[in-house]
Design a protein around this ligand. Structure first.
Ligand code: SAH
Length: 257
């Protein structure tokens, strides 16, 4: 079958456009004991090793040389296999995006770790995610913050993620179906905002809902072309600065705006 470049691109959603890295397999006895005994502990730990290796040569939060240990611990804990279609569970811990239906993808684990790290959240924070998708990014944020609000525009994906997050015990995540471009004013301002679909511009309503001193991470660029992961910082005086982090490919932010 001939696949057009467009279709190929559409299938790679939410991935960092970095050279592929060869990571040597872990030596015997190299793996720390793991708290979650669900049959996936070893591949999940391997996934964390790959994430750490990529972080060794890819851009990180300004002034940082490694991903936060808290973020890596959460990546080693959250059951990604519970957020992918059953038929793809064996590949759940590969460092790549996977299809979740409705033309959407669960992001590459490295990208989830990086976006979480860039937010620099702490345990008192209330954060907003745009693009719930599978619910995995929300599950990664949940143990690191006080509350996660997350908005998904495709109703069946929102319903499924809500069920999965509840079943997996993530009690501090609230989901909603809707167009995330406009944020969630009732719970603003947010201590961090993460947008997991690519927008042609940084949505002004989201900037308005960012607390002074907080960060937003968002892929910006044209759909199906190279986009950039952008770190948006609002300082304590309300001044907004942006920083291009790295080239990425995300599914587009849709909706009527
Ligand atoms: N964070 C997700 C990745 C999902 S891919 C995960 O961890 O699995 C991006 C998601 O954004 C898709 O599910 C898509 O339907 C959703 N989306 C696209 N435009 C949106 C919008 N305007 N508002 C809310 N969600 C949107």
């Amino acid at each position: 079958m001939v696949t057009s470049g467009f279709a190929k691109w559409a299938r790679v959603g939410a991935v960092a456009l970095l050279p592929v890295l060869e990571v040597a397999p872990a030596a015997a006895g190299d793996t720390a004991p793991l708290p979650r005994a669900d049959g996936y502990a070893a591949p999940r730990q391997e996934m964390v090793r790959v994430i750490e290796a990529i972080a060794g040569y890819a851009p990180l939060s300004p002034g940082r040389r490694a991903l936060s240990p808290d973020v890596l611990d959460v990546m080693a804990e959250v059951p990604r296999h519970a957020f992918v279609p059953e038929a793809l569970r064996d590949r759940a811990y590969d460092d790549r995006p996977l299809p979740i239906g409705y033309g959407q993808t669960i992001s590459q684990p490295y990208i989830v770790a990086l976006m979480t790290d860039l937010l620099e959240v702490d345990g008192d924070d209330v954060v907003l995610e745009i693009g719930t998708g599978s619910g995995y990014q929300a599950a990664v944020l949940a143990p690191l913050v006080k509350h996660v609000y997350t908005i998904e525009i495709v109703p069946p994906l929102a319903d499924r993620a809500k069920g999965r997050l509840a079943a997996a015990g993530y009690a501090n995540v609230t989901t909603r179906t809707g167009d995330g471009y406009y944020g969630w004013p009732a719970h603003a301002p947010f201590d961090g905002i993460v947008v997991t679909a690519a927008s042609s511009h940084i949505p002004p309503p989201l900037v308005a809902q960012l607390r002074p001193g907080a960060r937003m991470v968002i892929p910006v660029g044209a759909p199906f072309l190279v986009q950039h992961l952008v770190l948006v910082e609002k300082d304590l005086d309300g001044k907004v600065t942006t920083r291009l982090m790295l080239p990425v490919a995300f599914v587009p932010l849709t909706g009527g705006h």
